[in-house]
Design a protein around this ligand. Structure first.
Ligand SMILES: *Cc1c(COP(=O)(O)O)cnc(C)c1O
Length: 232
């Protein structure tokens, strides 16, 4: 089932790229494997997927130990400061950074391990009370602050758009994200570009790609519904 799902998602990604006049290589598919067993991950792995997303540190670390070392792990969930020390060195990208204190902790733990950690700034693009992320109007000053840290490298922005049944309803949020990224890059003109845009999930990844996503995070569309009752 996972292989068939992946084929369908891949076809959808290709079609969205074509509609937007973008190349398929501009978009990375992250298979969101949270709550799913290692067998499911291996099925996606043997179909060629190498980028996987998890939202809990403990679960990511457990899977990291058990699975092939060429997997590129993405921490996509809200990260607590006291868990950072377990994570550093295991992920290619930490998607949900939304405070200077969290960035400082990532910086400190990265320095201890002598690595530079790539991160994304999470933006609460729809200003939802229920969501983490920084408001778009505060993003630039946070980025300026974090840029002073030597062991953290900001690669771009991430958002979790509202859950929708009609993907088009999130289009304006994705447009806002892209505009914010363009504006920030203008202000930072002499630094390395923040060109990663992590946005789009099962309900809206095609729309996100049409509006400039460079990473889409797809869980249900690949692995099926999640059962949070089962501890993995
Ligand atoms: C769970 C999760 C996803 C994947 O959600 P689906 O709707 O299953 O595709 C994407 N991003 C984040 C941050 C998540 O927590």
């Amino acid at each position: 089932m996972i292989k068939e799902n992946l084929k369908a998602v891949e076809a959808n990604i290709c079609a969205a790229c074509e509609r937007a006049g973008r190349r398929r290589e501009e978009v990375t598919l992250i298979a969101v494997s949270k709550t799913k067993p290692v067998e499911d991950i291996m099925e996606a792995y043997s179909a060629g997927i190498r980028d996987f997303g998890e939202n809990k540190v403990q679960e990511l670390c457990d899977k990291y130990e058990q699975l092939p070392k060429d997997i590129r792990w993405h921490m996509i969930g809200h990260l607590q400061k006291n868990k950072v020390k377990y994570l550093i060195g295991k992920t290619v990208l930490i998607h949900g950074v939304d405070s200077f204190e969290l960035a400082q902790e990532i910086n400190k733990r990265s320095e201890q391990k002598n690595v530079v950690s790539d991160i994304l700034i999470e933006v609460n693009i729809a200003n939802e009370d229920s969501k983490f992320g920084i408001r778009s109007e505060s993003a630039f000053s946070l980025i300026e602050q974090i840029m002073e840290l030597s062991y953290v490298n900001i690669k771009g922005l991430m958002c979790i758009a509202p859950y929708v049944v009609v993907p088009d309803e999130n289009r304006d949020y994705f447009k806002k994200m892209l505009k914010l990224d363009v504006d920030i890059n203008k202000l930072l003109s002499n630094n390395s570009p923040m060109d990663v845009m992590s946005m789009g999930m099962t309900c809206d990844y095609e729309t996100a790609i049409e509006e400039g996503a460079t990473m889409v995070r797809v869980g249900t569309g690949i692995f099926g519904e999640r059962d949070y009752g089962i501890k993995t």
